[in-house]
Design a protein around this ligand. Sequence first.
Ligand SMILES: O=C(O)C(=O)C[C@H](O)C(=O)CO
Ligand SMILES: [Zn+2]
Length: 278
Amino acid sequence: MFVNTLYGASPRDIKTYDNQRLREEFVVPDMFVADKVCLTYTHVDRMIVGGAQPVNETLEIASGEALGTETFFDAREMGIANLGGTGSIEVDGVRFTLEHRDVLYVGRGTTGIKLSSKASEKPANFYMNSVPAGEDLPAALIKEANAKPVVLGEEELSNKRTLRMYIHPEVSPSCLLLMGITEPASGSVWNTEPPHLHERRMEAYCYFNMAPEHRVMHFMGEPSEVRAIPIANLEGLISPAWSIHMGAGTGPYCFVWGMTGENKAYWDFTPVEVSELR
Ligand SMILES: O=C(O)C(=O)C[C@H](O)C(=O)CO
Ligand SMILES: [Zn+2]
């Protein structure tokens, strides 16, 4: 289940990193492997990031052995976004069907979840963000149509996009997890531009619905030390609180964003002028 551990890096650390080392520290590759659950444990606000691709098998997340708890959800909540074909997730025996771009919230106190696909030839790709949680909350399915849409950007700046809030105080409750999906408008390439910083929350990204030949040039780092990391379809990223996070794609794409930290105040961030970037 746990395929990697990321311990986090400081702004000073990355000054000496080459591209390979940057990828090792911030990129979460290979999350979707047939009939596997591939999770990465991070020490960045203890966010767990990963994927499950049930093709011919039903996959289960229940044991908390790797976490030192009875069950995985003894002290954790989880957001699960379906980035593939139709699938189902059973939460303590209650079955939820997730279409493409639906999200399921799984609360602390859950005994276990079982993940399956409707059709093995078009498997679900369940992308997961799990964070420590302070109260038990019920599971909740958030259909794309029920997410809160926010239109941002302008066509002439190539940053027009629709950001949908799924796990958010105005849509579906959680302890300290936020999750949503952003889709650039046709002809726009930028996400999260102008950039911002939020020192009180970390952020996790997963890019999807991108053709295999395309990349998102994802920019990270302090505003004065910006680094670019080419990211492929279904790759994830860990964005520490000190780092900007923005990207421009060479083709159409969407991405899932997830956050945790001191609050669930989505707009609690500090804009960064593009002219400040170095
Ligand atoms: O395109 C955007 O803007 C976003 O999706 C912003 C992210 O959700 C984010 O960085 C929230 O802090
Ligand atoms: Zn952000």
